[in-house]
Design a protein around this ligand. Structure first.
Ligand SMILES: NC(=O)c1ccc[n+]([C@@H]2O[C@H](COP(=O)([O-])OP(=O)(O)OC[C@H]3O[C@@H](n4cnc5c(N)ncnc54)[C@H](O)[C@@H]3O)[C@@H](O)[C@H]2O)c1
Length: 319
């Protein structure tokens, strides 16, 4: 089942960092009358229908998907890594029970396609650090990673058992300027770019040499759209594709920023989020995504920093 024109597309967690941009891309491609943007509180946007939908409310999820005759679910609602370590019970409830509610309701209402993003958080301290293949040691040490790994496996189980077309990719840290990030370990990159654009210094919560896989939002959106439209018979994997555009450390990002803002300075005071980052790989093998659905990110680190600073710099500071 490939995402097609005409069916109703439900987006959960649509007010978040990714949802607020992906929803717009779905509207551009499939039309505003075919997209319903939901979140735990009704999203504020005027380009499509919106509604409040708490994914942990099983009855509400079942009746919403049935009543709206949903054909595709883009399931983004989740509690991310850093917040998940502070509120592990909430992370388990939203990430696992929310996913199970979406899966069961999708089967019951004959939904054709379900997309959800997994994460590099499924890897753990025992995973190789560089060029990590899709199939490798996945023993995460965070509640976020544990729940997302279970979601990957549930997606494969439901695909096999109920013929629901479930697809997902392990997103790296996503950098963007529109909506603020929701409590992840790579949020420092957006905070650092924002500080530089506003003429402030920045105190970084990760170590200066902590390299992690990353991607700019336009490439994340383009990748998700490509994956949604890929013919099912080309997919050998389902929910565990590795994707990333480039890796950088906080000090490498600082250097890139200084190219354009020579006065910019960062201090490094790692906190508990460093412990999460320490268990994640530095780079991933993305060849399965390239071969099976055409993954091909276009932004380099330099191009991303140029574009981010252009958009984040307040009008009063532009020359
Ligand atoms: N942003 C990244 O760097 C990144 C990296 C890897 C994976 N992901 C995944 O992408 C997806 C979207 O991430 P994001 O960065 O947009 O996160 P975000 O935190 O910005 O947004 C998540 C949204 O989910 C909503 N939500 C929380 N609990 C809910 C509930 N019970 N019912 C309905 N909605 C609820 C929140 O209100 C929020 O708007 C998540 O599944 C996340 O795990 C994101």
């Amino acid at each position: 089942m490939v995402l097609e024109m005409g069916g109703k597309i439900l987006v959960t967690g649509s007010s978040g960092q990714i949802g607020s941009e992906l929803t717009g891309a779905l509207i551009s491609r499939f039309g505003s009358s075919n997209v319903i943007a939901t979140d735990i509180q009704s999203p504020v946007r005027n380009d499509c229908r919106t509604a409040s939908l708490d994914v942990t409310d099983r009855d509400a999820v079942f009746s919403f998907i049935k009543k709206e005759k949903v054909s595709t679910v883009i399931h983004l609602a989740a509690i991310l890594s850093a917040r998940g370590e502070k509120e592990p019970a909430l992370a388990f409830n939203v990430n696992v029970n929310g996913m199970r509610n979406i899966l069961d309701a999708s089967v019951s209402a004959d939904v054709g396609l379900l997309f959800f993003p997994s994460t590099i958080g499924v890897f753990g301290a025992g995973t190789p650090r560089e060029n990590v293949p899709v199939e490798t040691i996945t023993r995460p040490s965070t509640m976020y990673g544990i729940t997302k790994l279970l979601c990957e496996q549930l997606g494969e189980y439901y695909s096999a058992k109920y013929e629901l077309d479930v697809r997902g990719m392990r997103l790296p840290g996503i950098v963007s300027y529109r909506a603020p990030p929701g409590g992840g370990t790579t949020d420092y990159s957006i905070e650092m770019l924002r500080a530089a654009a506003e003429g402030r210094g920045y105190s970084c919560f990760l170590k200066e040499d902590c390299r992690l896989p990353m991607m700019y939002m336009p490439d994340a959106i383009d990748s998700i759209m490509k994956m949604l439209e890929a013919p099912e018979d080309r997919l050998k994997h389902r929910t565990c594709f590795n994707v990333m555009a480039f890796s950088f450390s906080p000090s490498e990002l600082e250097q890139e920023i200084r190219r354009l803002r020579p006065e910019f300075r960062v201090t490094y005071t790692p906190d508990e989020r460093q412990l999460i980052a320490d268990t994640w790989p530095r780079s991933l093998d993305t060849s399965a995504a390239a071969e099976e659905w055409g993954f091909a990110p276009s932004y380099t680190l330099t191009a991303m920093v140029d574009d981010m600073l252009k958009h984040l710099t307040p009008v009063s500071r532009r020359q």
